[in-house]
Design a protein around this ligand. Structure first.
Ligand code: FAD
Length: 289
């Protein structure tokens, strides 16, 4: 097995162009599991851990650019106030060791339907910056996932960064698993309120072949919420929102749960997280940019 160690982003892109079959490795928390269990035996590994450009984040003109190599621990510590939904999701990932090592870019690279970073990115309309020696493009996160563990990367492309606006309103994330830590989600749900646009964003995980938004539920709720008057949430609205979220899923029966259970859990998580974010909006606690 060849092991390539670029020291700069340019070198990484050139290495990927020269070896399109090379498997990028960042934290290795997915790649090494596959290699150790003999599920994958790449001829070439492309180690991205020495590329400094991947490990920084910045904010320009109201948009955050988060390098693909930023690990969960830093998303929590450094960006928790700007991206509370992603930080809540990051806290549920693995264990402290996995959160120190595992990266945002690695989660996107694996494109698992159960990836915990995906629902909050969907709810916040994130865009994925991908690059090759041919140039750079950004892909809306909702179009990034193309199938089970498949993504929109061409064979010579790498994930450079995630672009996302800081929260303009309350955000939440909820995960059902068989225990509290070190667990692959049975299903997950993320919600983000965008009060200035009077709009709701959602993201579903482990509920379909790819992470996805519940667009009908978003439209329904955006129209029903009393954004300016901040009246209490009607029970019938929460109920209908939960139903529409469940309808947006297309889950399967597997070892972690049945499709019926997943639909039920999604409706519960949707109602519950909605009540949390709406109460936060009403109390005016989170009006940060
Ligand atoms: C014990 C354990 C617990 C876990 N718990 C969770 C959990 O609770 N929730 C969860 O979502 N995940 C979990 N995971 C999975 C894993 O930690 C995450 O998916 C993590 O984000 C992967 O990041 P990484 O940097 O380790 O990726 P790597 O393993 O290095 O790479 C993952 C994939 O992304 C590709 N890749 C990496 N960087 C790039 C790049 N810049 N451009 C293009 N492709 C790239 C790799 O080629 C590979 O296909 C767990 C894993 C373990 C071992």
């Amino acid at each position: 097995m060849d092991f390539l160690r670029p020291a700069t982003w340019r070198e990484a892109l050139e290495a990927k162009a020269a070896h399109p079959d090379a498997t990028p490795i960042a934290g290795g928390t997915d790649v090494m599991v596959e290699i150790n269990f003999d599920r994958r035996r790449p001829d070439v590994l492309l180690d991205l851990t020495r590329v400094p450009e991947l490990t920084t984040w910045s904010e320009t003109d109201g948009v955050l650019r988060i390098g693909a190599g930023v690990p969960y621990a830093r998303l929590i510590d450094e960006l928790g106030d700007r991206l509370p939904g992603l930080a809540i999701a990051s806290r549920t990932v693995g264990s402290p060791q996995i959160r120190n090592r595992g990266t945002l870019g690695g989660n996107l690279g694996s494109a698992s339907p159960a990836g915990d970073a995906h629902p909050p990115l969907l709810a916040s309309d994130a865009r994925i910056e991908v690059e090759s020696v041919r140039g750079t493009r950004t892909v809306p996160v909702a179009e990034f996932f193309t199938g089970v563990k498949r993504n929109a990367l061409a064979e010579d492309e790498l994930i450079a960064a995630v672009h996302v606006a800081p929260a303009s309103g309350p955000q939440q994330f909820s995960k059902v698993g068989t225990r509290n830590a070190m667990v692959i989600a049975v299903c997950t749900f993320a919600i983000a309120l965008h009060p200035e646009q009077q709009r709701v964003g959602t993201g579903l995980g482990s509920a379909a072949p790819t992470p996805r938004r519940a667009r009908d539920a978003e439209e329904f709720l955006s129209a029903e919420l009393d954004w300016a008057g901040r009246r209490p949430l009607a029970e019938s609205v929460a109920q209908r929102f939960g139903e529409l979220v469940a309808q947006a899923s297309s889950p399967i029966d597997d070892v972690r749960g049945t499709a019926d259970y997943r639909r039920h859990a999604l409706a519960v998580m949707a109602r519950r997280t909605l009540s949390w974010v709406w109460e936060e909006h009403r109390s005016g606690r989170q009006e940060c940019a």
